[in-house]
Design a protein around this ligand. Structure first.
Ligand code: UT7
Length: 339
């Protein structure tokens, strides 16, 4: 029997739009304050794309950087599949990934989007890993990219305070399950009974926006923040525990927990629920806010740059988002340089 093929992380790239919007900037437009946003979320600023910049623009930048990172750290096969995790595609159809693959010059490759909101990057990793394990692909570019500024209600202080735009990507290659960077168990879940807690009501097939209906349409992202908060804590803690157990690691021997960056209070509550020191959970949201599907690769790159995530570290990833969806995964961190 052929040896099992694992998907190995061999490149990491990120991109943030240059425009920074601070809490004080928001407070000039909305009934909010730097004090409220910092104390309730831990966020100090976010990056917001200029008008005319689409999710694919951010995804292409991050994808290019991940390819460069992979080229410097490993001998890789050419990327032969592209997955874009996003809930803010350039258009309702077609998917954003084929255009991203074409702009990256990757030729005729399978390319498709994964729609699992803030859990999208983990779903994308699972699907990319599956393509490699099945032999369908040898090397997969998995990009998480979102431009939430394009779907937020300008007057909604609770969502504008937390979300920012950005993109992050990894290159997966076929490799050995025991080598650093090999994806371990991936836990995925969803519970559609909570689908109304995070959604855009209008603009889909349930409530198409037609010119004669624009008055009652609601094209903006809506979130029942407090209920989402509670679910996020429960699900990320549970999924992380399951992933670590399935990897055969002791919880205490797991060095770094990279949690989706939605709210610092959520990250701390997950750490507390798991009875782990909060210091094992790197924080990046203070500078970028909640970047949805881009959050995990962005915090990974930031933690590597800060020296908090080093080669050999036993690492757990966890995310939660609309759907409701959630997931967790493990890997031993490889020796790669984020670009
Ligand atoms: O990434 C995908 C999943 N998303 C998440 O995990 C996000 C989870 N939710 C959250 O992070 C928090 O629920 C929020 C940051 C969105 C809101 O914080 P909260 O502590 O749950 O506040 P709340 O929604 O319960 O609202 C409490 C009060 C309300 O005022 P009233 O009705 O009590 O007068 C809100 O209007 O806080 C008010 N509020 C604000 N006040 C000042 C909400 N946002 C703001 C704001 N500035 N930016």
């Amino acid at each position: 029997m052929a040896a099992a093929r694992a998907a190995v992380v061999c490149g990491l790239g990120t991109h943030l739009p240059s425009r920074v919007v601070t809490n004080s900037d928001l407070a000039r437009e909305l009934d909010t304050s730097d004090e409220w946003i910092r104390s309730r979320t831990g966020i100090g600023q976010r990056h917001i794309a200029e008008d005319g910049t689409a999710t694919s623009d951010l995804a292409v930048e991050a994808g290019q950087r991940a390819l460069k990172s992979a080229a410097t750290s490993a001998s890789t096969d050419a990327v032969d599949a592209v997955i874009v995790a996003t809930s803010t595609p350039d258009h309702s159809c077609p998917a954003t990934a084929p255009a991203v693959a074409a702009r990256l010059g990757l030729g005729i490759v399978p390319a498709f989007d994964v729609a699992a909101m803030c859990t999208g990057f983990l779903y994308g990793l699972a699907v990319g890993g599956g393509l490699i394990a099945a032999g369908t692909a040898h090397s997969v570019l998995v990009i998480g990219a979102d431009t939430y500024s394009s779907i937020l209600d300008p007057e909604d202080r609770s969502t504008r305070a937390i979300f920012g735009d950005g993109a992050g990507a990894v290159v997966l290659r076929a490799g050995d399950p025991d080598e650093p960077g090999a994806l371990g168990p991936v836990i995925l879940g969803s519970d559609g009974t909570g689908s109304e807690l995070i959604r855009i009501l209008s603009g889909g097939s349930r409530d198409p926006i037609r010119p004669e209906h624009t008055e009652r349409a609601d094209p903006y992202f809506r979130m029942a923040g407090a209920q989402v908060f509670r679910n996020a804590v429960e699900r990320m803690a549970e999924a992380s525990l399951e992933a670590v157990a399935r990897a055969g690691w002791a919880l205490d021997d797991t060095d770094v927990f990279v949690a989706h960056q939605a709210n610092l209070r959520i990250i701390h509550a997950v750490a507390d629920q798991m009875r782990l020191p909060r210091s094992r959970f790197p924080v990046h949201l203070d500078r970028v806010g909640n970047t949805a599907a881009a959050s995990i690769p962005l915090v990974l790159a930031d933690a590597v740059t800060a020296g908090a995530l080093r080669p050999g570290h036993r690492t757990a990833l966890a995310a939660f988002g609309g759907g409701l969806t959630w997931g967790a995964a493990t890997l031993t961190w490889p020796d790669i340089t984020p670009v």
